[in-house]
Design a protein around this ligand. Sequence first.
Ligand SMILES: Nc1nc2c(c(=O)[nH]1)N=C([C@H](O)[C@@H](O)CO)CN2
Length: 118
Amino acid sequence: MTDQVFIEGLECQAVIGVFEWEKQIRQTLVLDLQMDWDNRPAAASDDYQHALCYDTLSKAVTELVEQTPHELVETVAEKVAALILERFAVPRVRVRVAKPGAVANARTVGVCIERSQA
Ligand SMILES: Nc1nc2c(c(=O)[nH]1)N=C([C@H](O)[C@@H](O)CO)CN2
C-alpha cells in the first residue's frame, strides 16, 4: 500500500535549542509529514470518517511542538512521530523537522526520521 496523506511546510513557533539564549525566545520550525494511509475507503465512500484528517493532525502536531520547550530537533521529530503513530493509528510516518534560522549560511538544517507501528 503506497497511499499517503502529507502535510508540507507546517510552521510552528517553538522554544528550541541547546543554548541559553534559545530558551528565552521562540524560533520557527518547519515540519514536513508523510503518513502511510489507505485512501481508497475515503475515496470510494466520499466520507470524511474514513479520511486521515490533515487539519486535525496539523493542529495536534502544532500544539505538541509549541507547548513544550526542547533542546534538539531530534527530540521534536521523535515526539511528533510517536503522536501520529499512537493517536492517529497511522502504520508508518516520515517526519522532517527543519530549523531554518539555525545556520546563517545554510537555507535550512534539520532531521528526517521514519517510524512504524511496533
Ligand atoms: N543535530 C543537531 N545539531 C544541533 C542542534 C540540534 O537540535 N540537532 N541544535 C543546535 C543549536 O540549538 C543550534 O540550532 C543553534 O543555532 C546545534 N546543533
